[in-house]
Each structure stands twice: as C-alpha cells, then as structure tokens.
Write a protein that binds this ligand. Sequence first.
Ligand SMILES: [Zn+2]
Length: 81
Amino acid sequence: MVGNRLSPDLPRRACHRCEKTYAPSQSTSALPLTYCGFFCEKGDLGYGMDGLESMRFTLEKNVADGIRKAIEEAESTRSSR
Ligand SMILES: [Zn+2]
C-alpha cells in the first residue's frame, strides 16, 4: 500500500477484510495470515475460531448422542423379543 511506512524486516500481508497491510506476527486474529486482527476476523466470519470449535464439539456430541440412542433402541428391541 502506498504511503505505509512500515519496517520492511517483518513479513507483511494485506488483510482479507480491510486490505490494510499488517504483520501477521502482530495480528490478534486466530488466523493471523488472513486477518490483521481479531475484529476483522469476527467481522468477516461472523464468529471466531473459538465459536467454530464449540460448534463442531456440539455437532460431534449430537452425533454421539444419536448413535447411543440408536444402540439403546436396538438393544431394547432385542430384549423385548
Ligand atoms: Zn483488517
């Protein structure tokens, strides 16, 4: 970006959201190679990587519950026969 006086020794990237040039090593984002900071990550994704992790955990838990329920149903069907 023209007019940006940033030290050239740090690797620079353009933020995916605000297109600001930033140093990934100084980014507060969970995706420092994509966003300049936490707020751009939040703004672009609508949630942080933390939210994504808990979302996946909930999904896995639901699947596990479904499997357990199916096993319990199969076992109760078998024992009632
Ligand atoms: Zn940004």
